[in-house]
Design a protein around this ligand. Structure first.
Ligand code: DP6
Length: 326
């Protein structure tokens, strides 16, 4: 059967950094995110008895050997779980450039999980879908459920899963992504977080997370924007402090990143309520409410080094589409 699925990427408000188990992608801490309407992956999977090898195609780009191998491992897990022996053709497309933080692996493995199991004729609970997406890329489990999502770190592979805290329409927030130029060598999140344990700041970060998870979910529940922004920035800066104090150190910010961060602080002094968060890359996500979208976009465009702006609303989770694409 041939099936197409769409999954949004997500931005973490409370970040995942560091694994308790590398192979199972069990995280050291729970995390909270919002699905992004403007950055998504569309993936078609087709299993066939006559196919002699798995093929993986990224439209408008190329997969590295590592990425291809990781995708085929995900197909192997689908075959093992469903008992299907057929090989597959996978065709995928992103609406955004590969390498903008964790975005492509999150939406990619979420879409692959949904399309893959449906194409294999299996129906999984949403909880189990999040577990399989997590095995492909940790943050991918957060792209399966709708809206504002928590990934509970759990105690084993079966209960390290994600679920919706609030649906997309709960709060009309915006994530305005400022894409900046970077000539830095990119270290992937997977590689980067392997060194998390070498940071003397990691244990202090992990001790602070449960309180941040509570503050973030409370702020979402009560729609307290300032409380949400405070905890988002606090956790972002804390994760980057861990990254920067790892051995070898990871510095993901570019000069343009620093300019955007300084500008955000300036805009707040001008009474524009906007906060920043940054993943494993130089691009800056500006979080604001819908009412401030236009002014934030305008300000962001004026920052030296801002190359492109992607505007996101809270989005639904991964879903199948009626009409097969590719
Ligand atoms: C900084 O989910 O890409 O974006 O599990 O190794 O695939 P793997 O890592 P990944 O890491 C995302 C890290 C982050 C923070 C976050 O999204 O929570």
């Amino acid at each position: 059967m041939k099936v197409t699925a769409i999954a949004s990427s997500n931005i973490a408000f409370i970040k995942y950094w560091g694994k308790a188990d590398d192979a199972l992608r069990l995280p050291l801490n729970s995390s909270i995110s919002m699905n992004l309407s403007g950055a998504y992956t569309t993936t078609t999977v087709e299993f066939s008895p006559t196919r002699e090898s798995d093929t993986v195609t990224l439209l408008g780009g190329t997969f590295s050997q590592k990425e291809e191998a990781r995708t085929i491992q995900a197909l192997e897990r689908i075959r093992k779980r469903t008992g299907l022996a057929h090989l597959a053709r996978v065709v995928t497309h992103n609406t955004f450039p590969k390498g903008i933080g964790a975005a492509a692996s999150a939406s990619g493995f979420a879409a692959l999980t949904l399309a893959g199991f449906a194409a294999a004729g299996a129906t999984l609970s949403q909880k189990e879908q999040t577990v399989f997406a997590r095995l492909g890329s940790g943050s991918a489990c957060r792209s399966i459920p709708d809206g504002f999502v928590i990934w509970d770190k759990g105690t084993s592979s079966d209960d390290s899963c994600a679920y919706t805290l609030y649906p997309p329409m709960h709060w009309d927030l915006r994530d305005i992504v400022v894409i900046v130029d970077s000539h830095m060598k990119k270290v992937s999140s997977t590689e980067g977080m392997e060194g998390a344990g070498t940071s003397p700041l990691l244990q202090r970060r992990l001790a602070a997370i449960p309180d941040r998870i509570k503050r973030c979910s409370d702020a979402l529940r009560t729609k307290d924007f300032q409380a949400l922004g405070d905890v988002i920035e606090e956790d972002c800066l804390d994760m980057h402090a861990v990254m920067q104090s790892q051995s070898p150190p990871l510095y993901y910010w570019s000069t343009a990143t620093e300019k955007v961060v300084a500008s955000v602080r300036g805009w707040r002094r001008e009474q524009i309520p906007v906060y920043f968060t940054i993943d494993a890359g130089p691009n800056v996500h500006l979080i604001c409410e819908a009412k401030d979208e236009q002014v934030v976009i305008q300000k962001a465009r004026e920052v030296d080094g801002a190359k492109e702006i992607i505007v996101n609303k809270p989005a639904q989770g991964a879903h199948l589409v009626d009409k097969n694409l590719f």
